[in-house]
Ligand binder design. Structure first.
Ligand code: NDP
Length: 338
Protein backbone atom coordinates (compact mmCIF):
# COMPACT_ATOMS: atom_id res chain seq x y z
CA UNK A 1 0.00 0.00 0.00
CA UNK A 2 1.52 3.32 -1.04
CA UNK A 3 1.56 6.07 1.54
CA UNK A 4 0.53 9.68 0.84
CA UNK A 5 1.21 12.68 3.05
CA UNK A 6 -1.54 15.32 3.08
CA UNK A 7 -0.45 18.61 4.65
CA UNK A 8 -3.05 20.67 6.51
CA UNK A 9 -5.15 17.55 7.08
CA UNK A 10 -7.79 19.39 9.11
CA UNK A 11 -8.81 21.62 6.20
CA UNK A 12 -11.88 21.50 3.97
CA UNK A 13 -10.13 20.35 0.78
CA UNK A 14 -7.67 18.10 2.62
CA UNK A 15 -10.45 16.23 4.44
CA UNK A 16 -12.16 15.30 1.19
CA UNK A 17 -8.81 14.43 -0.37
CA UNK A 18 -7.94 12.13 2.53
CA UNK A 19 -11.20 10.21 2.20
CA UNK A 20 -10.84 9.84 -1.58
CA UNK A 21 -7.24 8.66 -1.19
CA UNK A 22 -8.33 6.03 1.32
CA UNK A 23 -11.15 5.03 -1.01
CA UNK A 24 -8.57 4.52 -3.78
CA UNK A 25 -6.44 2.26 -1.61
CA UNK A 26 -3.75 4.60 -0.30
CA UNK A 27 -2.53 4.80 3.25
CA UNK A 28 -2.71 8.41 4.42
CA UNK A 29 -0.66 10.40 6.90
CA UNK A 30 -1.60 13.99 7.62
CA UNK A 31 0.05 17.01 9.16
CA UNK A 32 -1.60 19.47 11.51
CA UNK A 33 -0.13 22.25 13.55
CA UNK A 34 -0.94 20.23 16.65
CA UNK A 35 -1.53 16.50 17.14
CA UNK A 36 -4.30 17.48 19.59
CA UNK A 37 -6.49 17.82 16.50
CA UNK A 38 -6.02 14.17 15.45
CA UNK A 39 -8.83 12.53 17.44
CA UNK A 40 -11.43 15.11 16.41
CA UNK A 41 -10.32 14.95 12.77
CA UNK A 42 -10.64 11.16 12.66
CA UNK A 43 -14.08 11.46 14.26
CA UNK A 44 -15.20 13.95 11.59
CA UNK A 45 -13.78 11.83 8.75
CA UNK A 46 -15.40 8.68 10.16
CA UNK A 47 -18.79 10.39 10.53
CA UNK A 48 -18.70 11.67 6.96
CA UNK A 49 -17.42 8.38 5.50
CA UNK A 50 -19.89 6.34 7.55
CA UNK A 51 -17.10 3.96 8.60
CA UNK A 52 -14.08 4.13 10.90
CA UNK A 53 -11.17 6.23 9.65
CA UNK A 54 -7.97 6.56 11.66
CA UNK A 55 -5.16 8.41 9.92
CA UNK A 56 -1.84 9.16 11.57
CA UNK A 57 -1.16 12.85 12.26
CA UNK A 58 2.31 14.37 12.54
CA UNK A 59 2.74 17.86 13.98
CA UNK A 60 4.27 20.32 11.50
CA UNK A 61 3.86 24.06 11.07
CA UNK A 62 4.61 25.77 7.77
CA UNK A 63 6.56 28.41 9.70
CA UNK A 64 8.90 25.94 11.39
CA UNK A 65 11.45 23.35 10.28
CA UNK A 66 10.48 20.76 12.89
CA UNK A 67 8.30 17.84 11.90
CA UNK A 68 8.63 17.91 8.11
CA UNK A 69 11.34 15.22 7.84
CA UNK A 70 9.25 12.93 10.05
CA UNK A 71 6.09 13.78 8.10
CA UNK A 72 7.49 12.66 4.74
CA UNK A 73 9.25 9.54 6.05
CA UNK A 74 8.33 6.55 3.89
CA UNK A 75 5.71 8.32 1.76
CA UNK A 76 5.51 7.90 -2.01
CA UNK A 77 3.59 11.12 -2.66
CA UNK A 78 2.96 14.44 -0.95
CA UNK A 79 -0.22 16.43 -1.34
CA UNK A 80 0.73 19.89 -0.13
CA UNK A 81 -2.60 21.50 0.66
CA UNK A 82 -1.85 23.60 3.77
CA UNK A 83 -1.60 27.37 3.42
CA UNK A 84 -3.02 30.22 5.50
CA UNK A 85 -6.52 31.05 4.22
CA UNK A 86 -8.03 33.45 6.77
CA UNK A 87 -11.44 35.03 6.36
CA UNK A 88 -10.01 38.43 7.27
CA UNK A 89 -7.23 40.53 5.78
CA UNK A 90 -4.16 40.31 8.06
CA UNK A 91 -2.37 43.41 9.38
CA UNK A 92 0.66 42.55 7.29
CA UNK A 93 0.65 40.56 4.03
CA UNK A 94 3.77 38.77 5.30
CA UNK A 95 1.60 36.93 7.83
CA UNK A 96 0.34 34.95 4.82
CA UNK A 97 3.18 35.24 2.33
CA UNK A 98 5.97 33.95 4.57
CA UNK A 99 4.29 30.74 5.79
CA UNK A 100 2.83 30.05 2.33
CA UNK A 101 6.16 30.45 0.50
CA UNK A 102 8.58 29.15 3.11
CA UNK A 103 6.20 26.36 4.10
CA UNK A 104 5.96 25.16 0.50
CA UNK A 105 9.74 25.15 0.27
CA UNK A 106 10.05 23.23 3.55
CA UNK A 107 7.65 20.61 2.22
CA UNK A 108 9.38 20.35 -1.18
CA UNK A 109 12.85 20.11 0.34
CA UNK A 110 11.74 17.41 2.76
CA UNK A 111 10.07 15.52 -0.11
CA UNK A 112 13.19 15.75 -2.26
CA UNK A 113 15.43 14.54 0.58
CA UNK A 114 13.10 11.57 1.17
CA UNK A 115 12.99 10.61 -2.53
CA UNK A 116 9.24 11.20 -2.82
CA UNK A 117 7.85 10.37 -6.31
CA UNK A 118 5.70 13.44 -6.79
CA UNK A 119 4.37 16.47 -4.95
CA UNK A 120 0.98 17.92 -5.81
CA UNK A 121 0.55 21.45 -4.50
CA UNK A 122 -2.70 23.33 -3.97
CA UNK A 123 -2.22 26.77 -5.42
CA UNK A 124 -5.19 28.87 -6.51
CA UNK A 125 -6.81 30.84 -9.29
CA UNK A 126 -5.45 33.68 -7.16
CA UNK A 127 -2.02 32.88 -8.64
CA UNK A 128 -3.41 33.36 -12.17
CA UNK A 129 -6.01 36.10 -12.30
CA UNK A 130 -4.86 38.95 -10.02
CA UNK A 131 -2.70 42.02 -10.38
CA UNK A 132 -3.58 42.48 -14.05
CA UNK A 133 -5.33 45.84 -13.59
CA UNK A 134 -7.21 46.62 -16.82
CA UNK A 135 -5.11 44.16 -18.81
CA UNK A 136 -6.59 40.92 -17.55
CA UNK A 137 -7.21 38.52 -20.46
CA UNK A 138 -10.88 37.67 -21.04
CA UNK A 139 -10.04 33.98 -20.84
CA UNK A 140 -7.42 33.09 -18.28
CA UNK A 141 -5.48 29.86 -18.68
CA UNK A 142 -2.57 28.07 -17.04
CA UNK A 143 -0.05 30.14 -19.01
CA UNK A 144 -1.10 33.23 -17.08
CA UNK A 145 0.35 34.41 -13.79
CA UNK A 146 -0.90 37.00 -11.32
CA UNK A 147 1.34 40.00 -10.75
CA UNK A 148 1.94 39.88 -7.00
CA UNK A 149 3.65 43.30 -7.10
CA UNK A 150 0.51 45.16 -8.22
CA UNK A 151 -0.99 45.93 -4.82
CA UNK A 152 -3.99 47.81 -6.29
CA UNK A 153 -5.54 44.74 -7.88
CA UNK A 154 -4.59 42.11 -5.37
CA UNK A 155 -5.14 40.77 -1.88
CA UNK A 156 -2.60 39.58 0.67
CA UNK A 157 -3.97 36.06 0.19
CA UNK A 158 -3.71 36.19 -3.61
CA UNK A 159 -0.15 37.48 -3.32
CA UNK A 160 0.72 34.65 -0.90
CA UNK A 161 -0.56 32.03 -3.35
CA UNK A 162 1.27 33.55 -6.35
CA UNK A 163 4.55 33.91 -4.48
CA UNK A 164 4.35 30.40 -2.99
CA UNK A 165 3.55 28.73 -6.31
CA UNK A 166 6.35 30.62 -8.10
CA UNK A 167 8.80 29.60 -5.37
CA UNK A 168 7.74 25.96 -5.78
CA UNK A 169 8.31 25.97 -9.55
CA UNK A 170 11.63 27.77 -9.11
CA UNK A 171 12.70 25.11 -6.63
CA UNK A 172 11.89 22.09 -8.82
CA UNK A 173 13.49 23.66 -11.86
CA UNK A 174 16.61 24.58 -9.86
CA UNK A 175 18.01 23.17 -6.64
CA UNK A 176 15.24 20.57 -6.40
CA UNK A 177 15.51 19.32 -10.00
CA UNK A 178 14.31 15.74 -10.33
CA UNK A 179 11.41 16.16 -7.91
CA UNK A 180 8.11 15.92 -9.81
CA UNK A 181 5.58 18.69 -9.20
CA UNK A 182 2.02 19.22 -10.37
CA UNK A 183 -0.12 22.16 -9.23
CA UNK A 184 -3.87 22.52 -8.81
CA UNK A 185 -5.32 26.06 -9.10
CA UNK A 186 -8.88 25.96 -7.76
CA UNK A 187 -11.42 28.76 -8.03
CA UNK A 188 -13.88 29.21 -5.11
CA UNK A 189 -14.36 25.78 -3.57
CA UNK A 190 -17.86 24.83 -2.43
CA UNK A 191 -19.48 21.47 -1.73
CA UNK A 192 -20.12 19.45 1.42
CA UNK A 193 -18.61 20.73 4.67
CA UNK A 194 -17.79 18.00 7.16
CA UNK A 195 -17.82 20.16 10.29
CA UNK A 196 -18.77 23.55 11.66
CA UNK A 197 -15.19 24.75 11.36
CA UNK A 198 -15.53 25.71 7.72
CA UNK A 199 -13.16 27.10 5.11
CA UNK A 200 -13.43 30.81 4.26
CA UNK A 201 -14.81 29.95 0.81
CA UNK A 202 -17.99 28.50 2.31
CA UNK A 203 -18.91 31.97 3.54
CA UNK A 204 -20.17 32.50 -0.01
CA UNK A 205 -23.02 30.21 0.97
CA UNK A 206 -23.20 30.63 4.76
CA UNK A 207 -23.54 34.43 4.66
CA UNK A 208 -26.62 34.54 2.40
CA UNK A 209 -28.12 31.56 4.26
CA UNK A 210 -27.77 33.45 7.53
CA UNK A 211 -29.33 36.54 5.96
CA UNK A 212 -26.17 38.51 6.79
CA UNK A 213 -26.22 40.51 3.55
CA UNK A 214 -28.97 42.98 2.61
CA UNK A 215 -28.37 42.19 -1.11
CA UNK A 216 -25.43 40.84 -3.10
CA UNK A 217 -22.26 42.69 -4.02
CA UNK A 218 -21.61 42.73 -7.77
CA UNK A 219 -19.03 39.96 -7.50
CA UNK A 220 -18.59 36.88 -9.62
CA UNK A 221 -16.94 33.63 -8.65
CA UNK A 222 -15.79 30.61 -10.53
CA UNK A 223 -17.15 27.65 -8.60
CA UNK A 224 -15.82 24.14 -8.17
CA UNK A 225 -17.05 21.36 -5.92
CA UNK A 226 -14.58 20.18 -3.28
CA UNK A 227 -15.11 16.59 -4.42
CA UNK A 228 -13.79 17.56 -7.88
CA UNK A 229 -10.87 19.41 -6.31
CA UNK A 230 -9.94 16.31 -4.31
CA UNK A 231 -10.18 14.14 -7.44
CA UNK A 232 -8.04 16.58 -9.40
CA UNK A 233 -5.32 16.28 -6.75
CA UNK A 234 -5.31 12.50 -7.07
CA UNK A 235 -5.36 12.48 -10.87
CA UNK A 236 -2.48 14.98 -10.87
CA UNK A 237 -0.61 12.61 -8.55
CA UNK A 238 -0.97 9.51 -10.71
CA UNK A 239 -1.17 10.65 -14.32
CA UNK A 240 2.26 10.86 -15.99
CA UNK A 241 1.15 13.73 -18.23
CA UNK A 242 0.40 15.92 -15.18
CA UNK A 243 4.06 16.33 -14.21
CA UNK A 244 5.30 19.89 -14.57
CA UNK A 245 1.77 21.18 -15.20
CA UNK A 246 -0.64 23.49 -13.43
CA UNK A 247 -4.40 22.97 -13.72
CA UNK A 248 -7.16 25.52 -13.37
CA UNK A 249 -9.74 23.65 -11.32
CA UNK A 250 -12.96 25.49 -11.99
CA UNK A 251 -16.47 25.08 -13.32
CA UNK A 252 -19.25 27.61 -13.93
CA UNK A 253 -18.74 31.32 -13.14
CA UNK A 254 -21.71 32.89 -11.33
CA UNK A 255 -22.52 36.35 -10.03
CA UNK A 256 -23.36 36.28 -6.33
CA UNK A 257 -26.99 37.18 -7.01
CA UNK A 258 -27.19 34.14 -9.31
CA UNK A 259 -25.87 32.03 -6.42
CA UNK A 260 -28.56 33.62 -4.27
CA UNK A 261 -31.21 32.56 -6.78
CA UNK A 262 -30.03 28.94 -6.56
CA UNK A 263 -30.30 29.14 -2.76
CA UNK A 264 -33.69 30.89 -2.83
CA UNK A 265 -35.13 28.17 -5.08
CA UNK A 266 -33.68 25.32 -3.01
CA UNK A 267 -34.42 26.82 0.44
CA UNK A 268 -37.64 28.82 0.10
CA UNK A 269 -38.04 28.94 3.91
CA UNK A 270 -34.82 30.92 4.36
CA UNK A 271 -34.60 34.69 3.97
CA UNK A 272 -32.02 34.80 1.18
CA UNK A 273 -31.25 38.31 -0.07
CA UNK A 274 -32.19 39.39 -3.58
CA UNK A 275 -30.73 42.03 -5.91
CA UNK A 276 -27.36 43.72 -6.26
CA UNK A 277 -25.76 46.34 -4.01
CA UNK A 278 -24.12 49.40 -5.56
CA UNK A 279 -20.33 49.15 -5.46
CA UNK A 280 -19.90 52.26 -3.26
CA UNK A 281 -22.13 50.70 -0.63
CA UNK A 282 -20.14 47.46 -0.69
CA UNK A 283 -16.93 49.42 -0.04
CA UNK A 284 -18.62 51.06 2.95
CA UNK A 285 -20.09 47.77 4.14
CA UNK A 286 -16.64 46.12 3.96
CA UNK A 287 -15.50 48.39 6.81
CA UNK A 288 -17.95 46.52 9.07
CA UNK A 289 -17.62 43.11 7.44
CA UNK A 290 -13.88 42.42 7.10
CA UNK A 291 -14.12 39.28 4.89
CA UNK A 292 -15.57 41.53 2.18
CA UNK A 293 -12.42 43.68 2.12
CA UNK A 294 -10.55 40.90 0.39
CA UNK A 295 -12.84 40.95 -2.63
CA UNK A 296 -13.12 44.71 -3.20
CA UNK A 297 -10.67 44.68 -6.15
CA UNK A 298 -13.06 42.27 -7.90
CA UNK A 299 -16.23 44.39 -7.77
CA UNK A 300 -18.06 44.38 -11.10
CA UNK A 301 -15.55 42.11 -12.84
CA UNK A 302 -16.39 38.74 -14.37
CA UNK A 303 -13.49 36.34 -14.44
CA UNK A 304 -13.34 34.15 -17.53
CA UNK A 305 -11.12 31.10 -17.70
CA UNK A 306 -10.73 27.83 -19.50
CA UNK A 307 -10.91 24.48 -17.75
CA UNK A 308 -9.88 22.46 -20.82
CA UNK A 309 -6.80 20.98 -19.15
CA UNK A 310 -8.81 19.85 -16.14
CA UNK A 311 -11.16 18.00 -18.49
CA UNK A 312 -8.71 16.61 -21.02
CA UNK A 313 -5.58 15.87 -18.97
CA UNK A 314 -7.15 15.01 -15.60
CA UNK A 315 -10.44 13.68 -16.99
CA UNK A 316 -12.66 15.76 -14.71
CA UNK A 317 -16.01 17.13 -15.83
CA UNK A 318 -16.94 19.58 -13.04
CA UNK A 319 -20.07 19.06 -10.97
CA UNK A 320 -22.50 21.90 -11.94
CA UNK A 321 -22.26 25.00 -9.74
CA UNK A 322 -25.87 24.78 -8.53
CA UNK A 323 -25.22 21.25 -7.20
CA UNK A 324 -22.08 22.43 -5.40
CA UNK A 325 -23.96 25.39 -3.88
CA UNK A 326 -26.86 23.26 -2.69
CA UNK A 327 -24.50 20.60 -1.31
CA UNK A 328 -22.68 23.31 0.67
CA UNK A 329 -25.91 24.72 2.01
CA UNK A 330 -27.35 21.35 3.03
CA UNK A 331 -24.13 20.38 4.82
CA UNK A 332 -23.81 23.73 6.58
CA UNK A 333 -27.34 23.33 7.89
CA UNK A 334 -26.68 19.69 8.87
CA UNK A 335 -23.51 20.44 10.83
CA UNK A 336 -25.19 23.41 12.51
CA UNK A 337 -22.87 26.02 11.00
CA UNK A 338 -25.79 28.21 9.94
P1 NDP B 1 -8.94 25.51 5.24
O1 NDP B 1 -8.85 26.80 5.98
O2 NDP B 1 -10.06 24.59 5.55
O3 NDP B 1 -7.57 24.74 5.35
C1 NDP B 1 -6.34 25.36 5.44
C2 NDP B 1 -5.38 24.40 6.07
O4 NDP B 1 -4.07 24.99 6.09
C3 NDP B 1 -5.76 24.06 7.51
O5 NDP B 1 -5.61 22.68 7.69
C4 NDP B 1 -4.73 24.82 8.32
O6 NDP B 1 -4.37 24.14 9.51
C5 NDP B 1 -3.53 24.81 7.39
N1 NDP B 1 -2.60 25.86 7.73
C6 NDP B 1 -2.81 27.19 7.71
N2 NDP B 1 -1.70 27.83 8.14
C7 NDP B 1 -0.80 26.89 8.47
C8 NDP B 1 0.51 26.90 9.00
N3 NDP B 1 1.15 28.03 9.29
N4 NDP B 1 1.13 25.71 9.21
C9 NDP B 1 0.51 24.55 8.95
N5 NDP B 1 -0.74 24.47 8.45
C10 NDP B 1 -1.38 25.63 8.23
O7 NDP B 1 -8.99 25.92 3.72
P2 NDP B 1 -9.18 25.07 2.38
O8 NDP B 1 -9.26 23.64 2.63
O9 NDP B 1 -10.25 25.74 1.64
O10 NDP B 1 -7.80 25.43 1.67
C11 NDP B 1 -6.80 24.48 1.45
C12 NDP B 1 -5.88 24.97 0.37
O11 NDP B 1 -6.60 25.25 -0.79
C13 NDP B 1 -5.10 26.24 0.73
O12 NDP B 1 -3.82 26.12 0.16
C14 NDP B 1 -5.90 27.30 -0.01
O13 NDP B 1 -5.10 28.42 -0.32
C15 NDP B 1 -6.28 26.54 -1.26
N6 NDP B 1 -7.43 27.07 -1.98
C16 NDP B 1 -8.68 27.11 -1.41
C17 NDP B 1 -9.74 27.60 -2.13
C18 NDP B 1 -11.11 27.67 -1.54
O14 NDP B 1 -11.98 28.30 -2.15
N7 NDP B 1 -11.39 27.01 -0.42
C19 NDP B 1 -9.58 28.11 -3.49
C20 NDP B 1 -8.24 27.99 -4.00
C21 NDP B 1 -7.23 27.50 -3.28
P3 NDP B 1 -4.99 24.50 10.96
O15 NDP B 1 -6.15 23.55 11.13
O16 NDP B 1 -3.88 24.21 11.90
O17 NDP B 1 -5.40 25.94 10.92
Amino acid sequence: MEKVLVTGATGFIASHLILQLIERGYEVRGTARSTDKAARLNEILSDYAGKPVAIEIVAADLSKDEGWAEAVKGVSYVQHVASPFPAETPKSADELIIPARDGALRVLKAAKAEGVKRVVMTSSMAAIGYGWGDKRPDTLSEVHWSNADNLNDNTAYARSKTIAEKAAWDYVTGEGAGLELAVINPVAVLGPAMSKDVSSSLQLVSQPLEGKLPAFPKLSFGIIDVRDVARAHIEAMVRPEAVGERFICGGDVLWMDEMGEVLRNAFPDRKIPKGTLPNWLVRLFAQLNPPLKQVLPELGKKRGYTNEKLKTVLGIEPIPADEAIIASAKSLIEVGAV
